[in-house]
Design a protein around this ligand. Structure first.
Ligand SMILES: C[S@@+](CC[C@H](N)C(=O)[O-])C[C@H]1O[C@@H](n2cnc3c(N)ncnc32)[C@H](O)[C@@H]1O
Length: 285
């Protein structure tokens, strides 16, 4: 009994600590300005693989670069950011055959955008997927914990603004907001994306968020409620267990899993940690 209550007490006090630290970050709302994005050469993008695999991935990179017009990004990005974007694009391409996108304009929301280092690839996918001819994109990223400070003393939000500037233009509107998605208001969307949402409480804890933000079903319900009639929700999960949790929430919410595909790419140097990842396309039934 005493043992049990001391466990409850320590769980409580860890959450109290996370809550305090989070409240401090929000109150401080640290901004230093917009950091300059670094550029690195892209000749040996896949040097962590053997020569044959590396050559194969270079071909994948060339085809993604051409199809989704990544030239400007390739010429103004770090190797890590570029590979992250390629990896996300390769996963999204797996869903293309199941997607139906409006011809002229897409409204889209990305939930839990972190520093949004993948916004360029995401926007280019929305612009050119499904035989898109460069449709107009209205893309918003929302992140509840936008004021964490990085080692370079810029905040997550500062970094996100740099990526937003890079992705903006071409008649598109890209913006990043620091807000709680569950309690904020949005209009109808053609595509809502949720990349690696917290479906297990320990994941949320390890990211330093207070327990009150662990609301996977509410989050999914709200994401689904924003979808236009033909709209789609795209979710990625880190593990099969998370995908199982996703499916059980979706079943309870009466949503339809149109496609669920493993993401077994070696486009990032940490590919061994990603072999369990899954991407899903979901619609309101
Ligand atoms: C595992 S991270 C994924 C980050 C990013 N989507 C990616 O693919 O790298 C989940 C993100 O969701 C954010 N998040 C969690 N609950 C949220 C909410 N209610 N509103 C907005 N963002 C939220 C977290 O702060 C965290 O940055």
């Amino acid at each position: 009994m005493i043992f049990e209550s001391s466990i409850h007490l320590s769980v409580f006090s860890f959450d109290a600590l996370r809550t305090l630290r989070f409240a401090f970050r929000q109150k401080l709302a640290w901004r230093r300005g917009i950091p300059r994005l670094i550029h690195e050469e892209k000749q040996h993008l896949f040097s962590y693989l053997d020569a044959k695999e590396s050559r194969e991935l270079e071909e994948t990179e060339m085809s993604l670069r051409e199809r989704y017009r990544l030239d400007a990004f390739a010429q103004a990005s770090s190797v890590i950011d570029y590979r992250d974007n390629l990896s996300l694009l390769a996963a999204l391409v797996e869903l293309e055959e199941f997607l139906e996108l409006p011809e002229k304009k897409i409204s889209s929301l990305d939930i839990g955008s972190k520093n949004w280092n993948y916004v360029y690839g995401l926007k280019q996918f929305l612009k050119y997927a499904c035989h898109g001819d460069g449709r107009q994109i209205d893309l918003c990223g929302v992140e509840v914990d936008g004021y964490g400070v990085y080692r370079d003393l810029y905040s997550r939000c500062d970094h996100a603004q740099a990526y937003v500037e890079q992705a903006n233009g071409d008649g598109d509107r890209v913006e990043y907001r620091v807000d709680d998605f569950v309690t904020s208001h949005y209009g109808k969307m053609d595509i809502v994306t949720l990349f690696y949402p917290f479906l297990l409480e320990e994941a949320l804890r390890s990211w330093g968020l207070p327990r009150r933000y662990f609301q996977p079903r509410n989050l999914l319900a709200k994401a689904l409620s924003l979808l236009d009639v033909r709209g789609a929700l795209i979710v990625t999960n880190q593990t099969g267990l998370e995908a199982e949790r996703l499916n059980s929430h979706l079943e309870a919410l009466n949503a339809l899993v149109v496609a669920q595909v493993p993401m077994r790419f070696k486009l990032v140097h940490y590919w061994e940690q990603t072999h369990d990842r899954v991407i899903s396309l979901i619609q309101k039934s």
